[in-house]
Design a protein around this ligand. Structure first.
Ligand code: NAD
Length: 440
C-alpha cells in the first residue's frame, strides 16, 4: 500500500519505518528541512533503540523516502497519516494547529480519495473538525482517528507488536483500508478495536490519564511511607499482586514527565472544562505530580542540609526516563534549576540526553561522559533517570571520588541496606527503612 506520513518525530518516524518494514511504500514528510536532510543521509534525529537499522533497511530498499513536500508519486497515497506535534498551549489545552496545517496540505495535493488517519493525540472532536475541513474543500477523504500507544524507549517494538490498534472510523471504506494496512502487524491475534472517532480520541487521553493517575497515587503512598516509616516496595507488591489491579505502573519516583503525560493530563482536563465537566481525579493526578517534583527537590536540599551554595551536585540522568534522549518535561529540570539558583555547581551525566538538555534549557551545567567523573569531589549524587548502567555502580570507586559520599536516589534503584553498609548517606523515595535487605 502507498502511504504518506506527516511528521518525522518519535511517532511519525517509527510509524513510517514500521509500515515500510512491513512492506508498504512510505513517504515521510516533515517541515523541518534540517531533519529531513539528516534522514536522507541516514542519520536518525533522536535516540530510539533499534530504529536506525529499520529506517536504514527500508530506505535502502526504497520503501521509505523523506521529503519536505509530497512528491508526485505520493499524491495518490491510499492513507495519509498525521503524526505531528500537539504541544501544550499556555492555558493547558492542546495546540492542534500543526494537525490542521497537515490536513490542509492533504486537501491541496492529494489527487485521489484517501484515508486521513490522525495519529497525533488530539482533543475529542478534532477528527470531526478535520472531516469538515475536507468536506468544505470538496474532497472525498475519510478522516479516521488512529491514536498511537507506543512508548519511547521501546517504540519500534510497541509499534510492531501493539497491545491494541484502535481504529476510530466513521466510514466502512476507511475501516477496510486500515484493517488491510495493519494486517501485517497483527498476524498472531486480532488486536483491532473498531469504534467511533470521538471514543477513539478519548481512549488515548483516558489511557494516559489512567497511567498518570497510577503513578501519582503511588508517589503519594511513597510520601506517606516516608512519613509513617513504611516501605513503598512492600506496598507496591501487596497492591500489585491483586489481579484486579495488576503490577504495572506502580513504581514511585520523581514524578512523571515526557512529552505525553503532563500535556495530555492537562489537555484532557481543559477540554472537559469546555463542556462543563470537572475531572477531579485527572486534575488531582496533575497536581500530585507537581507536588512530587517539589517533594523531590526538597529532599535533595535536605540532603545538602539546606546549604547548597558552593556545593557540587552530580545528576545521574536527565532524560525523562531511560532509553530515550527526550528531555521534554523531565523531572530532572526543576531539581537542577533550583540547585543552580541556590549557587550549586551542577554536573550532569546522561548517556543520550545531556546535550538535548543543555540545548533545550540553556542552563549553566557541565556535561561529563561518565557517572564517576560527574561525582568527582561532589557533595551529593542525585539519580534522576533509571538508566541500566546506574544499577550496579562500583560503590567503592564512587565513595572514593566523592567529597561526601551521599546519594539521593529518586528512582529507587538501590536500598538503604546496600548503600549505607558501604559508607554512604543514602535516601530514596518511600523506601528508607534501614533494616530492609536488598531482596526483601
Ligand atoms: P515530535 O515533536 O517528536 O515530532 C513532531 C514532528 O512533526 C516534528 O518533526 C515537526 O517538525 C513535524 N511537523 C510539524 N508540523 C508539520 C507539518 N505541518 N507537516 C509535517 N511535519 C510537521 O512529536 P512526537 O513525540 O512524535 O508526537 C507526535 C504526536 O503523537 C503528538 O500528538 C503526541 O502527543 C503523540 N504521541 C506521542 C508519543 C511519544 O511517545 N512521543 C506517543 C504516543 C502519541
Amino acid at each position: 500500500m502507498k502511504i504518506t506520513v506527516f511528521g518525522s518525530g518519535y511517532v511519525g518516524l517509527v510509524a513510517a519505518a514500521g509500515f515500510a518494514d512491513a512492506g508498504h511504500k512510505v513517504h515521510c514528510i516533515d517541515i523541518d528541512e534540517a531533519r529531513i536532510s539528516r534522514l536522507r543521509k541516514g542519520e536518525i534525529p533522536f535516540f530510539e533503540p533499534g530504529l536506525s537499522e529499520v529506517v536504514h533497511r527500508a530506505h535502502q530498499g526504497r520503501r521509505l523516502t523523506f521529503d519536505t513536500a509530497i512528491d508526485a508519486a505520493h499524491k495518490t497515497s491510499q492513507v495519509y497519516f498525521i503524526a505531528v506535534g500537539t504541544p501544550p498551549l499556555p492555558d493547558g489545552k492542546a495546540d492542534v494547529r500543526a494537525v490542521h496545517a497537515a490536513a490542509q496540505t492533504i486537501c491541496e495535493v492529494a489527487e485521489t480519495p484517501a484515508v486521513v488517519g490522525i495519529k497525533s493525540t488530539v482533543p475529542v472532536g478534532t477528527c470531526d473538525a478535520i472531516q469538515a475541513l475536507v468536506d468544505t474543500a470538496g474532497k472525498k477523504h475519510f478522516v479516521a482517528s488512529i491514536p498511537e500507544f507506543l512508548k519511547e524507549g521501546s517504540a519500534l517494538a510497541d509499534f510492531m507488536k501493539p497491545d491494541r490498534i484502535i481504529l476510530g472510523v466513521a466510514h466502512r471504506e476507511a475501516e477496510k483500508i486500515l484493517r488491510e494496512l495493519y494486517h501485517p502487524l497483527q498476524l498472531s491475534s486480532d488486536r483491532v478495536l473498531v469504534m467511533d472517532r470521538r471514543s477513539s480520541e478519548l481512549s488515548k487521553y483516558a489511557s494516559n490519564a489512567m497511567l498518570a493517575t497510577r503513578i501519582s497515587f503511588m508517589n503519594e503512598m511513597a510520601r506517606l511511607c516516608d512519613t509513617l516509616g513504611a516501605d513503598i516496595h512492600a506496598i507496591r507488591r501487596a497492591v500489585g499482586s491483586d489481579k484486579r489491579i495488576g503490577p504495572s505502573f506502580l513504581y514511585a519516583g520523581p514524578g512523571y514527565g515526557g512529552s505525553c503525560f503532563p500535556k495530555d493530563v492537562s489537555a484532557l482536563a481543559e477540554r472537559s472544562k469546555e463542556v462543563g465537566i470537572t475531572l477531579e481525579v485527572v486534575e488531582a493526578a496533575g497536581r500530585a505530580n507537581k507536588k512530587q517534583q517539589s517533594y523531590i527537590r526538597d529532599r535533595v536540599f535536605s540532603m545538602l542540609k539546606d546549604e547548597a551554595k558552593n556545593k557540587i551536585v552530580a545528576i545521574w540522568g536527565v532524560a525523562f526516563k531511560a532509553e530515550t534522549d527526550d528531555v521534554r518535561e523531565t523531572p530532572a529540570l526543576p531539581v537542577i534549576q533550583a540547585l543552580i539558583e541556590a549557587g550549586c555547581t551542577v554536573r550532569i551525566h546522561d548517556p543520550e540526553a545531556a546535550e538535548n538538555f543543555v540545548k533545550n534549557y540553556s542552563l549553566n551545567v557541565t556535561i561529563v561522559n561518565n557517572e564517576y567523573e560527574a561525582a568527582q569531589d561532589a557533595d551529593l549524587v542525585v539519580v534522576m533517570t533509571d538508566w541500566r548502567h546506574f544499577r550496579n555502580p562500583d560503590l567503592e570507586q564512587l565513595r572514593n571520588v566523592m567529597r561526601t559520599p551521599a546519594v539521593f536516589d529518586a528512582r529507587n534503584l538501590w536500598t538503604p541496606f546496600s548503600l549505607n553498609s558501604k559508607g554512604f548517606h543514602y535516601q530514596n523515595v518511600g523506601s528508607n527503612l534501614t533494616d530492609r535487605t536488598p531482596d526483601a
